[in-house]
Design a protein around this ligand. Sequence first.
Ligand code: HEC
Length: 261
Amino acid sequence: MKNYSKTVALFVWVMLAIIIGSVGFLRFTTVPAHHVPPPQQWGFKGPLGTYDKAALQRGFQVYKEVCAACHELKRIRFRELAALGFSEPQIKALAATYSIKILNESGEEAERPGIPSDAFPPIHPNELATRAANNGALPPDQSLIIKARPHGEDYIYALLTGYGQTPPKDIVVGEGRYYNPVMAGGQISMAPPLKDGQVTYSDGTKATVSQMAKDVVEFLSWTAEPEMEDRKRTGLAVLLYMLVMTIIFYAAKRKIWKDVK
Ligand code: HEC
C-alpha cells in the first residue's frame, strides 16, 4: 500500500514537471521581442473563441476583390465557403464564375465553369509565369499563410497596415519594392494592396485599411484552420469528460479503500 502511493505521488510529480517544463519551454522559445508584431484583439483566439461570420464574409470579399489578383487559394474548395454562411445556390453561382482547366474526351486541354467541389483555380499555369507577372517576386498561396508566419494574424495585420512610412536612411528601397518595416529586411515586392474605401461592404461597415486588414486576416485564419471551432468544442468536451471521470474515480477509490488504514 505504502509503495503504491509513493509510485502514484512520483508519477504526479513527474507529470507536473513535464507540464510546467513544456509551458516554460514554449514561452521562452518564441521569436525575440523586437520581432513580435503588436498583438491585436481577435475574437477567434482563446479556448472559447469562434469566428465572426460577418467578418469572414467581409474578409472573403477583400480576398476576392483585392488579394486574388495575385495570391492563390488552392487548398480551399468552393463548397467549404458554406462555413461563412453562404447558401448552396450562392456557392454554385460563385463557383460558376471561375473557369477550371480540364482535359476533354479527346485528351485536349479545355475549360469548364467551376462547381462547388472545385478548389480555387491557380491564377497562372506555373511558378515561372507567376514570377513573370509579379516582377520576379512570388506571391505566396494564401490558404495557409497565417500558419506559415510566426504570430500570423498580428503579423499580416501589421504588414497590411505598415506601408506609407518614410524609410530610415540605412535602407535603400530597391526598384519595384516598397518600404514596409514589418517585412524582414524592411522592404517587400508587394505594392500596398489596400487603400481606404477599396471595397464596398454590403453590411455598411466602413472599409478603412485597418478594417479590411482585420477582416481579411479573420478570413485567412479560417482558411488556415477551418476546423478550429470543432477542435475547440471537442477539446472542451474531453476536458469536461476527464473532470467528471476524475471525480467518479476519486469517489470510488475512497469507497474501496475506506477500511484500509
Ligand atoms: C499586385 C499583386 C498583389 C496583390 C493585389 C496582393 N499581393 Fe500580397 N504579395 C505580392 C507579392 C509579389 C508578394 C511577395 C513579396 C516579396 O516576396 O517581397 C506578396 C507577399 C504577401 C505576403 C507575404 C509576406 C511575407 O512575409 O513574406 C502576404 C502575407 C501578403 N502578400 C498578403 C496579401 C493580402 C492579404 C492581400 C490582399 C489584401 C495581398 N497580399 C494582395 C503581391 C500582391
